[in-house]
Design a protein around this ligand. Structure first.
Ligand code: ADP
Ligand code: MG
Length: 731
């Protein structure tokens, strides 16, 4: 029996104590967070209002006030059992980082007290010199600094033996350059705020003080049994299977999507939800996804910087809780070949401080005009900056999804649905020079209020789809930090909102009335950006041709997609909105190219080891079996006159030769792959990424095909790597 077979018999759910009566969520939601309500209770009213002014107007608090908040936070955390604290941040590697410190402070020989000062709250100085900075920090100033992000509440992470207070922070260099994904997001929200408030003023909204982006990140993931996982080096090292023959049953019966959730999985989901609720993460929806063993969680949307923190936390929780159930949560974009990969649908909208969703069609023609104006701005943003959107989701894992005949393609287009499209067509066809309210009604805009979510048609293949009251950016990878995609969306839309406001002002200054001016401006945009709208099937090969005809970029390779970050006009755009400096942008380009290379090197080296240490020996085992039986037969034929059908004998020989050749191919190609890796060491990171995309990846695919052929024939007893049918179908 192979190790694999032994392990299969061990696969089972863990014993769980039945929950007596599940707690009402409202009774414990957010108990582990130091939110506004908690803060209000623990600090003086004066400090509390200073804090609120800081949040709304950016006027910072004094050190004394920070001390007061730090002390309150400490008291609260200690009362909940926390003994350590950490600044929690999001470095450019895409994970979260933490360095824990105890609250203790020595007050005399052998005597400590718990202490936490405002200084320590506001700024941390982790010796974080190993984080990638892309050249922003010279070695002599290798330190990075963490600075409190008060817009996201501190929270407590529990483990079996203790609790840690986590303080969301940004991560910056000595000179204030962003070394993380969070600071640019905050900056982009500020840019969006200014631009949107400016535009809304033109529409007569004098009382809107703040506009911010909202985000609801639908998180897809796979769950597999930990026993299988442990035996798969590729899953452990690379997060995805590098070899493995697809099982005869995959997702073709479509019997998994929205199917009954298996008890083992639903128990996992209950526990994740409970942990999430304690942290104030508003999880809402859970269901089975299309591929076997694939699932999804979706939260209620929140302000995007909070949503980004919550999504990072959720991913960590999912991994942690899975292990408690002897499951492993796979967040890779493509853990299994031949079935769907996982994405993270980034639902995005704009909200004002009065609670209005600016992507909601309004009740009145004026409201609708405003809605259409913002819509036009979004169209312009996507049309002009598809390259940046593509760059924001460029990573090795996502390369397996985008443009690979499965959601969504690397071509960025916008889906609006039939109803909106017909409104835009009307606008495009011609608007009278002078438009009264009456005319707007005639244009059919007044019918928009009935345009609600339920009546919107869906196009699941579109990378940027309008879904009733928000846009859904579907190209984001499942493992990705959403901060960067949101940063890009915010910035390009801020730019377009500014543009629209400027153009409207230009036209009104010629004496035209406001409504007609707006219609003139947006009609022009609608016409100019028409090419970015696509209502058809984005997976169809015809779309690739059509998109090319329309001049839309279609960038499959990560290294090429990332080049957008180095282009002069893009640098200008980000500098103009103070989201990224040139230095920060170029640093990201270098880091992400480098990470792509490292990812591929890990994959290739893992593949090499699996082939040589596992696949080939299994092949030899089988080869031996075949050779022996052949030998035996021939001997018996001779010595005992055993009757053997010549065709059968021929077949046996061919089978053996075939196995011998397959093993040879696999070994030979793996050797070539290692040579390529050696060659790649001599070239620059950029060239290396290109080499990996153009040569290494096809080579790995080629090796995989031969290995998978072997897997289908080699004796089950000799094969130690868990197979697809086992990983994906045994629950
Ligand atoms: P759908 O059926 O379009 O996927 P749902 O209502 O299920 O719509 O929402 C999907 C996700 O979109 C959820 O996470 C939800 O919170 C989020 N969402 C809804 N409205 C907004 C909004 N205004 N801004 C950002 N995200 C939103
Ligand atoms: Mg959705």
């Amino acid at each position: 029996m192979s190790i694999r077979q032994k392990v299969l018999f061990e696969i089972k759910s863990i014993e769980l104590a039945k929950a007596k009566a599940p707690k009402k969520v409202s009774s414990y939601f957010g108990v582990n967070t130091f939110g506004l309500e908690n803060m209000r209770k623990h600090i003086s009213p004066k400090t509390f209002s200073a804090f609120k002014v800081w949040m709304s107007e950016g006027k910072t608090i004094t050190l004394a006030q920070a001390n007061e908040i730090a002390n309150a936070m400490k008291e609260w955390a200690i009362s909940k059992g926390a003994t350590y604290y950490t600044h929690w941040f999001q470095p450019m590697t895409g994970m979260t980082a933490e360095k824990h410190d105890s609250f203790i402070s020595i007050v005399g020989p052998g005597k400590v007290i718990e202490k936490f000062s405002g200084n320590k709250l506001i700024q941390g100085e982790p010796d974080a010199s190993s984080f990638p900075s892309g050249g922003i920090r010279a070695t002599f100033e290798a330190r990075g600094y963490t600075a409190w992000d008060p817009s996201s509440p501190a929270f407590i992470i529990e483990s079996a033996l203790g609790k840690t207070l986590c303080i969301p922070t940004i991560f910056i260099s000595y000179h204030g350059a962003a070394l993380d994904k969070k600071l640019p997001l905050l900056r982009s929200d500020e840019a969006l705020n200014k631009a949107a408030v400016g535009l809304l003023k033109l529409f007569g909204h004098k009382n809107i003080k703040k506009v911010f982006s909202t985000c609801g990140a639908e998180q897809e993931y796979f769950l597999i049994d930990k026993n299988d996982y442990t035996l798969r080096q590729d899953l452990v090292m690379a997060g995805r299977t590098l070899i493995g023959a697809p099982s005869p049953k995959g997702q073709q019966l479509e019997d998994q999507y929205f199917g009954t959730i298996k008890e083992r999985v639903v128990n996992f989901m209950f526990e994740v939800a409970e942990e999430a609720y304690k942290l104030g993460i508003p999880l809402m929806t859970r269901h089975n996804e299309v591929a076997p063993h694939q699932y999804e969680f979706a939260p209620i949307f929140e302000e995007s910087n909070i949503a980004a923190d919550h999504n990072q936390l959720l991913m960590e929780l999912m991994k942690k809780v899975a292990l408690r159930h002897n499951l492993v949560c796979l967040l890779h974009e493509k853990p299994f070949a031949g079935v769907n990969g996982s994405g993270k649908h980034l639902n995005w909208s704009l909200s004002d401080d009065l609670g209005n969703n600016l992507l909601n069609p309004g009740e009145t023609p004026e409201d609708n005009l405003q809605f259409l104006t913002i819509l036009a701005a979004v169209l312009r943003a996507v049309y002009l900056h598809a390259d940046l959107l593509r760059a924001s989701v460029a990573l090795a894992g996502n390369e397996h999804r985008l443009g690979a005949n499965e959601a969504p393609p690397a071509i960025v287009s916008v889906f609006l649905g039939e109803q909106l499209t017909s409104v835009l067509d009307m606008l495009e066809k011609g608007v009278k020079a002078k438009v009264s309210k009456r005319d707007i009604i005639d244009l059919g805009i007044a019918r928009l209020p009935q345009f609600n979510k339920d009546s919107t048609d869906r196009n699941r293949t579109s990378p940027f789809a309008f879904t009733g009251s928000k846009f859904e950016f579907r190209a984001v990878g499942s493992s990705q930090n959403v901060s960067t995609p949101i940063t890009v969306v915010n910035t390009i839309i801020a730019d377009s909102l500014d543009y629209v406001a400027r153009e409207i002002k230009k036209v009104t200054s010629t004496g035209k009335d406001f409504n007609s001016s707006v219609l003139k401006v947006i009609s022009k945009i609608i016409k100019e950006t028409k090419g970015v709208r696509f209502e058809g099937n984005n997976y169809a090969p015809e779309w690739v041709k059509e998109a090319k005809r329309r001049g839309l970029p279609n960038v499959a390779a990560t290294y090429e997609a990332l080049e957008a970050l180095t282009e002069e006009e893009n640098i200008e755009l980000f500098e103009k909105y103070k989201v990224f400096s040139k230095e920060e942008l170029i640093a990201r380009y270098h880091i992400w190219i480098h990470m792509y290379n490292l990812t591929l090197e890990i994959e290739a080296n893992t593949l090499n080891e699996m082939v040589n240490a596992s696949v080939v020996p299994a092949g030899y085992e089988y080869e031996k079996l075949l050779a022996r039986t052949l030998d035996e037969l021939v001997r018996l034929k001779k010595s005992a006159g055993l009757k053997v059908d010549p065709a059968a004998l021929k077949d046996k020989k061919e089978h053996l030769s075939d196995i011998v050749s397959k093993i040879y191919y696999v070994r030979h190609n793996t050797g070539e792959m290692i040579k390529l890796l050696e060659k790649a060491k001599k070239v620059s990171d950029e060239k290396r990424a290109e080499l990996y995309f153009k040569q290494l990846k096809p080579m790995m695919e080629h090796i995989r095909r031969h290995v998978d052929d072997l897997e289908r024939v080699v004796s089950d007893d000799a094969w130690d790597l868990p197979k697809y049918r086992e990983m994906l179908f045994i629950k």
